[in-house]
Design a protein around this ligand. Structure first.
Ligand code: F0G
Length: 459
């Protein structure tokens, strides 16, 4: 196993608000002085340091070479970048990997035409082992739990964190406790945590209610918290941005657009961008923009109405259940990277989300509803002039289309918005619907359907 350590690169914890630097974290991963969130920082990485912490060219070539290695850590698209992650002692014993990361970067030609942004791509984090971006953070945080000797790990979730946690816990011989809002997550995600052996509790509350119970629980029981307040999660999720830059030959795009729920992912991607610039791996920063669903938009309102000075929790409601979150834990971290990169925050409607999801699907890619807010947001950012036609844009697709097939089938059948205001608002999106055609088992009927489809595609 090869590593470059040309300088002091060990990581430390720091409170994002009061700056306290505790030697270790408590069970709730909050600062014992002021109660806010902790983050990792790397004291040896200051930009004016001589000699620099890393030789950027040597680091890039080391990471590239690992792509051909047979070592399990090198084959992981997370641990391949371990120089920029907190160190896990005895990785052979403690690292739990499912070969996460290494996700594709696709061009979206139809979406590019629809938005007028020629250089449009999607980094598909739904192509991870449990089909969402959560795996990149989970491999690091679950490994830290293993290294700490924990028997139980736990999370509150809208479905993807729980699926990922349950899988990594199972691989690491740990038990997992899942708290999910009853009836408000997709079956696909619920089925994953059952299959991976989690103790799955469906609580009669929403995601924010699950978080409140879990925060109390970790103070009373020796369970390891795996929500994204856990800074190890954020460190692992940084690697999506590092891998993206490698895929773009270290030439940053002008914009990166991410969905915003609990706001851990945007914080992680932004942190990676800032660190890569500090280490001279990239020479300029892309603008990182965050998109929320209108019915779950506390961060949008915080920035637009209160200049980011406070965040008012809300009761969230959206069909994009992954981001149905009213009190996002990492909003201060997300605000910092939004401001540092000069990004924008937007909100999109339910109909805009559904239409964008179908458009991404029509490019042969597909994603879950929460991921599609990125394309819907891009359309708004184009209309406001924040994104210009000649600029390069990357959407981060966070989950696989098979995570929530119910949503997709209802949209195409035309009953996703039945009985809601979306019924009228959604009329212009009808041309995107491809309802299944039910026919007799008759060759003539199939040929007639084929001919009709061909005629329609010409007009
Ligand atoms: N997209 C998907 C598919 C998600 O599952 C989530 C969050 C997000 C976007 C938002 O990311 O919270 O880091 O801002 N899902 C969490 C969960 C909350 O429990 O699975 P975020």
């Amino acid at each position: 196993m090869s590593t470059i350590r040309t300088a002091e690169t060990s990581s430390r914890l720091r409170c994002i608000v009061c700056g306290a630097t505790p030697g270790s974290a408590g069970q709730d991963f909050r600062c014992t002085t002021c109660g806010d969130l902790l983050e990792f920082f790397f004291p040896g990485w200051t930009s004016n340091q001589d000699p620099p912490a890393f030789d950027p060219a040597a680091l890039k070539s080391l990471w590239l070479n690992r792509r051909t290695s047979l070592d399990a850590l090198d084959q992981s698209g997370v641990w391949r970048f371990r120089e920029l992650l907190p160190h896990i002692p005895n990785p052979e014993e403690h690292v739990i990997t499912l070969g996460e990361g290494n996700t594709p970067l696709y061009r979206l030609p139809r979406c590019a035409r629809a938005t007028g942004v020629k250089n449009l791509r999607a980094k598909h984090q739904g192509m991870n082992p449990t089909a969402s971006f959560k795996d990149t953070g989970m491999t690091v945080a679950a490994s830290s739990a293993h290294q700490g000797g924990f028997r139980w790990v736990a999370c509150a979730s809208t479905g993807n964190t729980s699926a990922s946690m349950a899988a990594y816990a199972a691989r690491g011989n740990m038990r997992s406790l899942v708290l999910i809002p009853d009836g408000k997550i997709s079956w696909g995600k619920l089925s994953q945590s059952l299959d991976y052996g989690a103790l799955t509790c469906q609580l009669r509350t929403d995601f924010d209610g699950c978080v409140r119970i879990l925060n109390e629980l970790v103070r009373q029981k020796p369970v390891y918290l795996l929500n994204s307040v856990n800074p190890y999660r954020i460190e692992g999720q940084k690697t999506a941005a590092i891998e993206l830059m490698e895929q773009l030959a270290w030439e940053p795009p002008d914009h990166i657009i991410v969905p915003g729920g609990n706001l851990g992912n945007s914080s992680a991607i932004g942190k990676a961008l800032l660190e890569m610039r500090e280490l001279k791996l990239i020479s300029r920063l892309p603008k990182l923009s965050i998109i929320q669903a209108h019915g779950a938009n506390p961060f949008y309102r915080s920035v637009r109405e209160f200049g980011g000075k406070k965040l008012e929790p809300m009761t969230a409601d959206t069909l994009a259940t992954a981001i149905r979150i009213g009190n996002p834990a990492s909003w201060k971290k997300a605000l910092r990277v939004l401001q540092a990169t000069g990004g924008e925050v937007e909100e999109v409607t339910e109909v805009e989300i559904a239409a964008a999801k179908a458009e991404i699907g029509a490019d042969g890619i597909g994603c879950e509803p929460a991921s599609a807010v990125t394309l819907a947001g891009l359309k708004k950012l184009r209309r406001s002039g924040f994104v210009k036609p000649g600029e390069a844009v990357v959407l981060i697709l966070t989950g696989h289309t098979l995570k929530d097939p119910d949503f997709t089938v209802k949209f195409h059948r035309g009953d996703l918005f039945t009985g809601t205001s979306g019924e009228i608002e959604g009329a212009p999106a009808k041309y995107l619907q491809r309802a299944p055609v039910v026919l007799d088992a008759d060759l003539g009927a199939v040929i007639a359907a084929l001919d009709a489809a061909e005629r329609n595609s010409k007009c």
